[in-house]
Design a protein around this ligand. Structure first.
Ligand SMILES: NC(=O)c1ccc[n+]([C@@H]2O[C@H](COP(=O)([O-])OP(=O)(O)OC[C@H]3O[C@@H](n4cnc5c(N)ncnc54)[C@H](O)[C@@H]3O)[C@@H](O)[C@H]2O)c1
Length: 451
């Protein structure tokens, strides 16, 4: 059973005028995201940022250092291991080199930027920094140890930011004597390229720290969006629903190429399974393995990707994942062996596979995000619906001509979205529990944009 929407969501051939309106919305939303309500004008002064430090010279730390250099801010990149630092600095040089080779960067600019990045093995070298961004492994005890040291060495008034993807920032701030200076700075990979910066307000973060980090994002050429502490902040909180439904759809009867085709038709540049194969299916494997033992048993889970990893199907890097790849090619090709495995898995789970249309694929992937977005708005995790749109268009490849998930929902009509979410809840249970805010707006004929 499927309700039909007047706007036929799975087709990317929205009329030109409505595409233009969606693009205009995204532009306005980016500007709006910079507007942060503060308690008083007295707390709204920016702290000066002339010198920075980054802790951890890995994937993220290196990219963040490059973002500082691009903004004209000298930065000290600090790692605990000599190897880690050398590798990090070498990767930065390679990145610049490749940009110069592709004609994207002037060699003189490369030299200027390189001159702004210094390496160090001593955390005490944060003492000149007006801002420190921590980007070590995702481990709470490790990060708390770093913040204890920052508390000892950083100058008074320095902004102390963590690039954690999901640890409790309050628990990190709590080990310092200055929790008001501690904030989340969630950059996306690669950090010198991706435009999105989620600025995460912890319980005690001061207004001027938020404003300073938001403005730093702007100086780096990024779009800063404010979030509050929540599992996955804004972006990954919605992404979990998108990802989960895509995998359930595969168990229920769709094949990876069918899901990807529907998402591309909707406007995504790549389907989710092609993205997993590109990023590596083993990303997050250990974390997920650890969580599997204690997760609640009252709801449906999906572990297909774990099984792919165990079969050595890591994605492009191993020549096979959700697709197969010819040597030297990144073109995803259907793989009969994988498709057989998927059919067997459905049978093992007692699921009678059925044909699934593009309309259902798009609804299950996108409406789960909309419903979660409504929950974030209700709890004040996101300030406004358009902030969620900015996160999605700039950080998660949501088609800009659709305006972002919340704008898209307003165009479909929240009563229509709610009806489908409710139907999916009746059919699939737990994950689809309608957000009270969505239900309320649907009943009032309201829009997210008017909140
Ligand atoms: N990789 C991503 O896509 C991504 C995206 C957003 C956020 N994050 C978050 O960014 C953080 C870093 O992730 P990454 O992928 O760059 O990790 P990484 O493994 O590439 O790098 C971590 C670096 O930290 C260094 N390190 C470890 N202990 C240290 C210490 N005590 N002092 C100084 N340096 C130390 C390591 O030597 C290594 O160079 C994590 O919190 C992660 O969750 C990652």
């Amino acid at each position: 059973m499927s309700t039909t929407n007047q706007l036929n969501p799975q087709k990317s051939t929205a009329p030109e005028a409505s595409q233009a309106a969606a693009l205009a919305h995204v532009k306005a939303a980016e500007l709006a995201a910079a507007q942060i309500p503060v308690a008083s004008a007295a707390t709204a002064t920016l702290r000066p940022i002339a010198q920075a430090a980054v802790i951890g010279a890995g994937t993220m730390g290196g990219g963040i250092a490059m973002a500082f250099a691009a903004a004209g801010i000298p930065v000290t990149l600090i790692d605990a291991s000599e190897d880690g630092l050398a590798r990090g600095l070498a990767r930065i040089r390679e990145n610049y080199e490749s940009s110069v080779k592709r004609g994207k960067l002037d060699p003189a600019v490369r030299d200027e930027r390189l001159a702004r990045i210094a390496g160090s093995l001593a955390i005490a070298d944060v003492k000149q920094a007006d801002i420190v961004i921590e980007a070590v492994y995702e481990d709470l005890a490790l990060k708390q140890g770093i913040f204890r040291e920052l508390d000892a060495h950083a100058k008074p008034g320095a902004v102390l930011a963590t690039n954690t993807s999901g640890l409790d920032i309050d628990a990190i701030a709590a080990v310092t004597q200055r929790p008001a200076d501690v904030v989340g700075a969630h950059f996306f990979s690669p950090a010198h390229v991706m435009r999105l910066l989620e600025v995460v307000r912890a319980t005690h973060t001061a207004d001027d720290v938020i404003l300073t980090l938001m403005d730093l994002g702007r100086r780096m050429g990024k779009v800063s969006v404010l979030a509050r502490i929540y599992p996955g902040f804004i972006g990954n909180a919605l992404f979990r629903h998108y990802n989960r439904e895509a995998h359930f759809l595969v168990e229920d009867g769709a094949l990876p190429h069918e899901v990807d085709a529907a998402l591309k038709d909707f406007g995504y540049a790549m389907g989710i399974f092609a993205v997993h194969d590109m990023a590596g299916n083993d990303v997050g494997y250990q974390t997920r393995k650890a969580q599997m033992a204690t997760r609640p048993t009252d709801r449906r889970w999906n572990d297909l990707i774990m099984k792919l990893v165990e079969m050595g199907r890591l994605g492009q890097k191993s020549g096979k994942g959700w697709y197969r790849y010819e040597p030297g090619s990144r073109e995803p090709l259907r793989d009969a062996e994988l498709e057989r495995f998927i059919v067997e898995e459905s049978a093992r789970l007692g699921i009678a596979r059925r044909p699934i249309l593009a309309d259902e694929i798009v609804k299950r992937c996108v409406y789960g995000m909309i419903n979660e977005g409504a929950k974030l708005l209700q709890q004040g995790i996101a300030l406004r619906a358009s902030d969620i749109d900015v996160v999605y268009v700039t950080g998660y490849g949501f088609p800009a001509h659709r305006g972002g998930p919340m704008y898209y929902a307003d165009q479909i009509g929240l009563a229509n979205v709610y009806r489908d979410v409710k139907r999916l809840h009746d059919e699939y249970g737990y994950w689809w529990k309608p957000a009270p805010l969505l239900e309320k707006l649907a009943a009032e004929n309201g829009r997210f944009a008017d909140l």
